[in-house]
Design a protein around this ligand. Structure first.
Ligand SMILES: Cc1ncc(COP(=O)(O)O)c(C=O)c1O
Length: 414
């Protein structure tokens, strides 16, 4: 059996380190907001190149607290892509109203061209979801955020370590950097995986805190970034966990208050907050794993290259946008014969999944939003055709080859 995802192999490799880390916390007797959380916040912020990080209970809470921190309240509208199934619950959890936008059919991320028509007087935030590990088109999204004065809250739950090429024609909210000539790169759009080191030319953005020609990790590009450490994520813990990151000190201070009853000092609440804390055990596990994240992401990209190398089928393979360094949280292909292919692969002992089978507006619980079938055709079509293939750093090249061979056999007979 080739699993879609498993932690077994990784846990075996890290067994000793993880056991030691867990024992250390147990022996310390400190379980909530102690030194491990503080150390992980510092190291994760450093890894991303952001100033501040706040550990919270899960990715959904990270998004809810981030929205509250940038001023979203009950009845306010929040723009997000129509296929962002997990994200939308963070919006409704704070009484805000999801305003859906269709996706770009190649990247599966929000289509920036369709955002302006969704903006109303009530719009208080835009959430680009870096789905499957590929950054959204942050250049275009930040232009819209800047033009309308709407904060951009990045959902990085599937994109730890994914990067965006810094360009020169746009002001980034907190770093005042600039982006350059994105259209030039769109022209060079191809279905190939690129070598990021050869793509960009340094320019005047240097000295502004970001350097054009370099790559910036997602999370610190918008006003605020949100991560999940759910066990299957590129960086995952052994339970639930999340993180909010930002370069804005005011936002940082507000999230710190919000995660623990709004307390400025113990039992002195100055803001209506909640209890949403990352715990010491999870932070200790994440500290062990963070050291390997870069290597794991490179391995995921290698696996994507292997898939690419072997592919010889009629399926549509994932596309990496020219401005993006994809970290392949999921390797999602697309075919009109998706259900038959899924069944065929299952019979061959290859596990697959669908992320996600139904867009938000067709979920019974979101009927109240008043959307109908046909409102977001690209998202609807994608949900019918997408299929996630096995993808995790310990997957072997031999297993990748077997998956692609099985897909080729299917293509020959279907
Ligand atoms: C894109 C996206 N956003 C938000 C979340 C929510 O994260 P969590 O499960 O940690 O609450 C997830 C996790 O499934 C996700 O994949």
């Amino acid at each position: 059996m080739i699993p879609l995802f498993t932690l077994e192999r990784q846990n075996k490799i890290l067994e000793k380190e993880l056991n030691n880390a867990i024992k250390e916390v147990v022996d310390s007797g400190i379980f909530i907001l102690g030194p491990k959380v503080a150390e992980f916040e510092e190291k994760f912020a450093k890894y991303l190149g952001v100033k501040y990080a706040v550990g919270v209970a899960c990715g959904t809470d990270a998004l809810s607290l981030a929205l509250l921190a940038v001023g979203v309240g009950s009845g306010d509208e929040v723009i997000l892509p129509a296929n962002a199934y997990p994200t939308v619950f963070a919006v409704t959890a704070i009484g805000a109203v999801p305003k859906l936008v269709d996706i770009d059919p190649s990247s599966y991320n929000i289509d920036p061209a369709k955002i302006p028509q969704a903006i109303t007087k009530k719009t208080k935030a835009i959430i680009p979801v870096h789905l499957y590990g590929q950054p959204s088109d942050m250049g275009e999204i930040l232009k819209i955020g800047n033009k309308y004065g709407i904060p951009v809250v990045e959902d990085c739950a599937q994109a730890h370590g994914a990067e965006v090429g810094i360009q020169n024609d746009l002001v980034i909210p907190t770093k005042r950097s600039a982006w350059r000539n994105l259209s030039r790169m769109r022209e060079s759009n191809s279905n190939k995986l690129r070598d990021p080191s050869t793509e960009f030319i340094p320019s005047e953005a240097e000295g502004l805190g970001m350097t054009s020609g370099q790559w910036e990790k997602v999370g610190g590009i918008g006003d605020i970034g949100c991560f999940s450490f759910y066990p299957t994520k590129n960086l995952g813990c052994f339970g639930d966990g999340g993180m909010v990151v930002t370069n804005n000190e005011d936002i940082y201070k507000k999230v710190r208050l919000l995660r623990m009853y709004g307390e400025k000092t113990r039992y002195n609440s100055v803001l209506l907050g909640r209890n949403s804390r990352l715990d010491e055990l999870q932070a200790a596990i994440l500290l062990v794993k963070l050291k390997y994240l870069g290597g794991w992401n490179e391995r995921r990209r290698d696996i994507a290259r292997s898939y690419e190398l072997y592919k010889s089928t009629s399926c549509k393979w994932p596309y990496e946008a020219p401005y993006a360094k994809h970290v392949y949280h999921l390797f999602v292909i697309r075919t009109e014969k998706r259900d038959q292919l899924k069944e065929y692969l299952g019979k061959k002992g290859i596990q697959t999944a669908i992320h996600y089978p139904k867009p938000i507006h067709l979920q019974p619980s979101f009927k109240f939003l008043g959307y109908k079938k046909g409102d977001f055709p690209e998202a609807e079509k994608a949900c019918e055709e997408i299929l996630s293939l096995p993808m995790f750093p310990e997957l072997t090249d031999g297993e990748v080859k077997r998956v692609v061979e099985a897909i080729s056999q299917f293509s020959a007979i279907a």
